[in-house]
Ligand binder design. Sequence first.
Ligand code: NDP
Length: 296
Amino acid sequence: MSAKIIDGKAFAADVRARVAEQVATLKADHGITPGLAVVLVGEDPASQVYVRNKGKQTIEAGMNSYEHKLEDTTPEADLLALVEKLNADPAVHGILVQLPLPDHIDEAKVLATIDPAKDVDGFHISNVGLLATGQKALVPCTPLGCLMMLRDHHGSLSGLNAVVVGRSNIVGKPMAQLLLRDSCTVTIAHSRTKDLAEVCRRADILVAAVGRPQMLSADHVKPGATVIDVGINRIPAPEKGEGKTRLVGDVDFDSASEVAGAITPVPGGVGPMTIACLLANTLTACCRAAGLPEPE
Ligand code: NDP
């Protein structure tokens, strides 16, 4: 193996520690405690784990955590009313509605109801537009975490060729916008892209956000490139025992790490950065609401 492993777990711990320090200063100097409200509708097991971890890390950072758990039969109107209530609550600086929502609820309508100034997931169309036009936005947490790791590794990203595989609204598109903002030459690849391996091999920075286990291999990686693997896929792991599973990314780590210059592992790469960036966004939203300078 030749690639440097980018340790997202350690990086995320540093980000959380920095946020906790800034939260403590905010409390001491201004008597303000940032508050994050997380709304979970239904019993999806993966979502329950995410929400639990978000609540735990919010409290560890010294912020207030408000969890709202609703039945999966909750009418859309009730969820919208809760979001409106949180919009109006001055103790709540960030609102996150855990996705996916049950089929009878219009996700776009719910996201559009969140006050853009409290939209710490960065999914509201106002924040999407602000990011796309290079203005001050709240930026989606997963791509923001990827960008922080890339800046840390490379310093300036200016002029680098970046290929983002995946064009979803929550990862691929905002990732591409952030890389463009940092003056990369950006290509977005997707399921209709012709000769994906050839496109990927042009990348100094390759971001995989596909949702297909180990789809990108050494064949997709330019020697020395930085590979950011956003994918979280659970696959059978019979070697661990019957019925056992393990997590893998969208990149075949073993082969890609022979060619890449640096690579994020799964687990322990992008994943931990997502919640750390959620806390950072909540702190940012709180400072903006209070008219205070934003943390760096
Ligand atoms: P989506 O399913 O919304 O998007 C997947 C994208 O990959 C689509 O744009 C799709 O193209 C593209 N794609 C699918 N198959 C191919 C293919 N064969 N070749 C090229 N492109 C392809 O996924 P998300 O963006 O929501 O998530 C991507 C991955 O990231 C998932 O594994 C998810 O679990 C993970 N994730 C991890 C997070 C974290 O915290 N680490 C947070 C969010 C997601 P098309 O548009 O043409 O269909």
